[in-house]
Design a protein around this ligand. Sequence first.
Ligand SMILES: [Zn+2]
Length: 192
Amino acid sequence: MTGRTHDLAAITALGAVVFFGPMQTFTLSTTLVSVLANQIGGILPDIDQPTAPFWRNLPVGKFFGRIFDKLLGGHRFITHSILGLFLFGLLAKALLVTLSPIMPHTDIGFVWWAFMIGMVSHLVMDSFTKEGVPWLLPIPIKFGLPPLKRMRITTGKFAEAAVIFPGIIALDVWFCASHYHVLLEFVHRHLV
Ligand SMILES: [Zn+2]
């Protein structure tokens, strides 16, 4: 999937967890940092791809992208597995704990969850593509949804641009319209 589809899927997954679970209270700081962490988590698995949006936006990104590509075993390898989720989860936790003194009013526990939700959504979305995802590395088998490869979509092609991306937007618009009172309640009572 392309970077923009991953970003959209990541924020949609975060919204689903927040609004379909028991309503929690968040500080504005936790909310903003969580959205940022979620968006980073949503594209981070593609750091193993020199052309990823993550690298494209950096001045010497292509160069570093190639290095990471080699280090991480090529595209859709360790960063696209449960083992990768675990390793990046540990790194993110360590980073957040280190940064916590300069982030007052921020619940780093929830920020971490928002990041992980972004990462998991990336792997789930990539599972719908022809390439599949090696969820169980080091077992070198790529899994996909549906299991039949020819029924899956090709990254950046018609099905993603015309069905998946607009489909998620339509889902989000429907949710916002039909759950407007829930969103208002969240802003009025659960954002402090
Ligand atoms: Zn990917």
